[in-house]
Design a protein around this ligand. Structure first.
Ligand code: ADP
Length: 165
């Protein structure tokens, strides 16, 4: 059985992520989408909320499982006997960061964890979680970027944050 992990912040998941998930789920027998829980900056969605969104979005994909982890990907992969990480590449700007991550993970795992890159479908090349959050924070339309239930949760969060100012 070929298993792979797709790690990321997914704060929140966009159609760009979902496109990578769908395509990777056709390549691997089991794909574990795992939400990273150690970003220094405060996320908009909690890990539990991000996991729920991913579970809802992937419920029609039986070989996709959603999980979360803290700390180093190389440790998480070793503990779960995973040897392939999937990452998405949008543009040349992603390349340097992704190359560093991939090489770091190979080194830290003593060569046991490799990274496979899928290039973005062109219609999602411009999408990032941070730009979607910025648009939503001003009440803009994000229906091209995220499912309706994600958009409404984002508007609700920004409404609450504005209420606190
Ligand atoms: P990070 O894990 O670096 O905080 P994200 O959670 O936003 O970033 O993304 C996880 C992975 O998905 C990264 O490899 C990123 O390049 C990729 N990705 C993000 N948005 C898209 C998109 N629109 N199309 C393809 N890949 C994407």
């Amino acid at each position: 059985m070929k298993r792979a992990v797709y790690p990321g912040s997914f704060d929140p998941m966009t159609y760009g992520h979902l496109d990578i998930i769908r395509r990777a789920s056709e390549i691997f027998d089991i794909l574990i989408v795992s939400v990273l829980n150690n970003k220094p900056k405060t996320p908009l969605f909690s890990v539990e909320e991000r996991v729920k969104i991913l579970e809802e979005a992937t419920k029609d994909l039986p070989n996709v499982k959603v999980d979360s982890f803290s700390g180093l990907l190389s440790n998480y992969a070793a503990e779960n006997n995973l040897h392939v990480a999937v990452r998405g590449l949008r543009a040349i700007t992603d390349f340097e960061y992704e190359l560093q991550l991939a090489q770091g993970n190979r080194k830290l795992s003593d060569g046991h964890l490799d990274t496979v890159f899928l290039t973005t479908s062109l219609e999602y090349a411009y999408l990032s979680s941070s730009s979607v959050k910025e648009i939503a924070s001003f009440g803009g339309d994000v229906s091209h970027a995220v499912p309706e239930y994600v958009a409404s949760q984002m508007y609700e969060k920004f409404k609450q944050m504005k209420g606190m100012d």
